[in-house]
Design a protein around this ligand. Sequence first.
Ligand SMILES: Cc1cc2nc3c(=O)[nH]c(=O)nc-3n(C[C@H](O)[C@H](O)[C@H](O)COP(=O)(O)OP(=O)(O)OC[C@H]3O[C@@H](n4cnc5c(N)ncnc54)[C@H](O)[C@@H]3O)c2cc1C
Length: 428
Amino acid sequence: MPAEPPTDPAVPSEPIPATADVLVVGAGPGGAAAATYAARAGLDVVLVDAARFPRDKTCGDGLTPRAVTELARLGLGDWLDEAPRLDGLSLHGWGGHAQIPWPRGRFAPYGSAVRRTELDDRIRRLAVESGVTMVQGAKAVDAEIGSAGIESVTLRTDSGARSIRPQRVIVADGVRSALGKALGRTWHRDTPYGVAARAYCESGRGDDRWMGSHLELRGPEQELLAGYGWLFPLGTGPDGVGRLNIGVGTLATSRRPADLALRPVLGHYYRSRREDWELTTPPAEITSALLPMGGAVSGVAGPNWMLIGDAAACVNPLNGEGIDYAIETGRLAIEALEGGDFSRAWPATLTEHYGLAFAAARRFATVLTMPKAVPVLGRPGIRVHALMAVAVRVMGNLMTEDDKDLVARTWRTIGRAATVVESRPPFT
Ligand SMILES: Cc1cc2nc3c(=O)[nH]c(=O)nc-3n(C[C@H](O)[C@H](O)[C@H](O)COP(=O)(O)OP(=O)(O)OC[C@H]3O[C@@H](n4cnc5c(N)ncnc54)[C@H](O)[C@@H]3O)c2cc1C
């Protein structure tokens, strides 16, 4: 899947227009999807990103069936046909192993894995093909606010600063969300957040059909960590070499911060998996990042602006997966554009779609930040196939409000109970 050649870094890719019906800040999966849907709705859309594409993004590159479904809905189904097809999760830990296929249901029957340099560039090119004006190398640095919300946004480029006056703004600027912060977004670190690192290895198993996931994560001193390791097959490249995304992620809260350095943990994980995953090169391109999760932010909307994706902490608290949420919230935000003032409506929409699942997952994730809880839950869990199947449904974000089976109803009941006892429910 070849990426576009890099653009000339000296100039913004397009002149910055003075106005827009919709300004989308950030061209990751969330922003690019939102921009595409807005342009298809006939709106005049400007999409800006501080980076120039193709750009890297720290990620496991894993696409759940829900993400594959959203990408197909956007119109990238044929393009994804060229990507690896992954049948489910191969879970390991405490001497056990369970291979769990993705559940059949309303989502695609397979997942995938695509490097973010390629995936994000493809989605943002789709936005441009749909009529969006994209400006690369333009960083949103400030916003002027009036009684009706954002009046203008200042964009900084290599050639100076320039203002744009948009009717509405979609803030999709990722984990740090500098623009969101300027608008009053607050990240609450007393709820679990993720700390994760990824790298790339060449491997004889690049064409495996299963996502490897190790639930018993240990540090270099064999200490047990609240987290998991992954190996996601990326297929064989045009050079005939198979590659994997390898990574480790841990959970933390402000009470129990993950003060460990992830590089040694990743190195240890690589060494322990080198043989069985046929890893032929050491981890390369190592990067790490923090991840707000489970809607653990407040201030996600104002009169004419909405936060989506990572900016709104729409990330699964149990595995750090967020590409599907980013694309989905991008779609939902454009569907909500007609509604007028977003200040209350957008948090209500996010709560309706993700509130119960996030509340339940956050509760569970809080338990997992307690070191003793991990083996108590994991050791017997890995041996019970039915329990692992439930874990895959939860980790893959494959339960919806429409599911009526016992597992889905139980998960929602936990969510409702968690919302009641929680001092600060998701998105508040
Ligand atoms: C180590 C790790 C592993 C992960 N693994 C997975 C996985 O396997 N599967 C999965 O689904 N999710 C995974 N995630 C989560 C996933 O990467 C995110 O949920 C996803 O990228 C969110 O997309 P987004 O569009 O909201 O934000 P992003 O993809 O972060 O895009 C934000 C964009 O905004 C731009 N930007 C930022 N600030 C500004 C500004 N001021 N002005 C203009 N542009 C700006 C950035 O350049 C960027 O292009 C992982 C995360 C980490 C850290």
